[in-house]
Design a protein around this ligand. Structure first.
Ligand code: SME
Length: 172
């Protein structure tokens, strides 16, 4: 059994560097993309403190569809361009939202969420989805979280079979 051994108390740059290494070992040898994204979200949830939701929305045409996540049940479909997730996807840039109530068009899934970060997932120029994290306090995510989570996505992109996920979407 894999046991993630990231020291949660260390400074963020070191924590995220360990997290990326841990992600690589966790997913090594497995090719199923749903399993890999499920374990990636579980690794984030068990490593990062003060978050209430973390997971993936996957691109299906002009919408983002809920993917593997940890947290309370969430909205399933987000049009690209709407909400924090859809805006980050449309702009293809990370959005750090210190106060979700101050973000016009924020889509509330878990009523406890107060701040949010969304990192787009782009592979070879193709938008594959986003990584979304919510926190129950304002200002939870800073520049170090942004860099760390962008690094997490950079590690994840070449490991996951994104085209197989597209095929799953076509059948639903
Ligand atoms: N708040 C997001 C919706 C997804 S949930 O936070 C899980 C948004 O505005 O896009």
């Amino acid at each position: 059994m894999f046991s993630a051994s990231v020291d949660r108390a260390q400074p963020k740059p070191a924590l995220y560097s360990d997290l990326a290494l841990s992600l690589k070992s966790l997913l090594e040898g497995e090719t199923d993309p749903v399993a890999n994204l499920a374990n990636a979200s579980a690794l984030l949830a068990q490593t990062l403190d003060r978050i209430n939701w973390c997971g993936f929305y996957l691109r299906r045409g002009e919408a983002l569809i809920l993917g593997p996540f940890q947290g309370k049940t969430a909205c399933v479909r987000i049009p690209i361009g709407q909400g924090v997730c859809g805006t980050a996807a449309a702009r293809r840039e990370t959005l750090v939202v210190p106060d979700v109530f101050a973000f016009p068009g924020h889509i509330a899934c878990d009523a406890a969420s107060r701040s949010e970060i969304v990192v787009p997932i782009v592979q070879g120029g193709i938008l594959r989805g986003v990584l979304d994290l919510d926190a129950p306090e304002t200002g939870r995510f800073d520049g170090e979280d942004r860099e760390g989570l962008e690094g997490f996505v950079r590690t994840l992109v070449p490991i996951v079979d994104w085209s197989a996920l597209e095929d799953v979407g076509r059948r639903t």
